[in-house]
Design a protein around this ligand. Structure first.
Ligand code: AKB
Length: 316
């Protein structure tokens, strides 16, 4: 079957890479990138693009009607750190935007929908090590509880309307093609840019703050594997835990020093993002993703650091 794929929020950290990967698989004209802002160079020059505001029902309805997508990826969201500065706006975009897309996916009989959740759905009373799929969840950021509520909506649309909606709880994502947009894990991308430019970085998270992180290549591969898996293999219709690897800013800095020996890290000491990081898991158990659709991680920390530095150096 020929797919027609709509990616909403295509200019962001995940969207930039996902559009690229999807266009290589399905052909450029089959992947419609869309975002509230004009596209980046690579997206504009490789295929169709639409301006889409997920909060504008008429605009969104028009794009569904015009393209009749078979698959939709909804990536538009406000992340954890920016969400704390604009709580109502984060709730509105993350929740109302999702409901609009789910409704139009039902109306236009979209075959599959992907919507990203996050490790931010866990909170201070969730187990912090090897956090299981099912446990106490008391997120205390707007981003976290919008994602948790969104997961419930996804499962609800699957049960009530038979919509084939699939989701992953991404850890912090690290990639060189695009910058992250306002999350707590952003330090793990900024550190590379500053290491190469200035040889030093001041981390807003403390030296020993462990968080689950994942290389973008793994994240894109996991997303495509989940979307390609036969529907009967997808046992979880809220969102799958995805573990990645866990490390601290100090461990990341040590690994960078293996390639850039003069690199130095220092720590801000006080930043609101520290409290967010402290409320999140330090490591995740993703046994369900492994068992249900065969997920396996490829990039460990040395491999991530090497690949980031090689690719960023090429672009300097
Ligand atoms: C954030 O830091 O807000 C995101 C996330 C972990 O979902 N990268």
């Amino acid at each position: 079957m020929t797919e027609k794929i709509l990616v909403i929020g295509a200019n962001g950290q995940i969207g930039t890479e996902l559009v690229n990967a999807l266009r290589q698989i399905h052909g450029s004209d089959k992947v419609i990138a869309s975002d509230i802002k004009s596209p980046t160079f690579s997206i504009r020059h490789t295929g169709p693009f639409e301006i889409v505001n997920v909060l504008d029902e008429d605009n969104l309805h028009h794009v569904f009607n015009k393209h009749r997508p078979t698959q939709v990826y909804l990536l538009a969201a406000i992340l954890s750190a920016v969400g704390e500065q604009k709580p109502k706006m984060a709730w509105d975009l993350n929740m109302t935007g999702l409901l609009h897309v789910l409704d139009y996916a039902v109306e236009f009989k979209v075959n599959k929908v992907f919507w990203p959740s996050s490790i931010a759905v866990f909170g201070p009373h969730s187990p912090q090590q090897h956090t299981p799929q099912y446990c106490v969840m008391d997120p205390n950021t707007v981003y976290g509880f919008s994602k948790l509520a969104g997961e419930r909506w996804c499962e609800y649309y699957f049960n009530k309307y038979g919509l084939d909606v699939r989701s992953l709880r991404y850890p912090g994502l690290i990639g060189w093609r695009a910058n992250p947009g306002g999350g707590t894990t952003d330090y793990a991308v900024h550190i590379f840019h500053e290491a190469l430019k200035y040889g030093r970085y001041q981390s807003f998270l403390s030296a020993n703050t462990a968080l689950p992180m994942m290389y973008m290549d793994d994240a894109i591969r996991a997303t495509l594997m989940l979307m390609d898996a036969p529907a009967d293999k997808i046992k979880i219709r809220s969102s799958y835990n995805l573990a990645g690897i866990s490390f601290t800013p100090a461990q990341l800095a040590d690994q960078i020093k293996n390639i850039i020996p003069y690199f130095e890290i220092s720590y801000t000491g006080s930043d609101p993002r520290q409290a967010i990081a402290d409320s999140w898991p330090k490591s995740i158990d993703d046994a369900d993703a492994q068992n249900d659709w065969g997920w396996q991680l490829e990039y460990d920390l040395p491999k991530i650091v090497e690949d980031m530095i090689v690719n960023l150096r090429r672009g300097l």
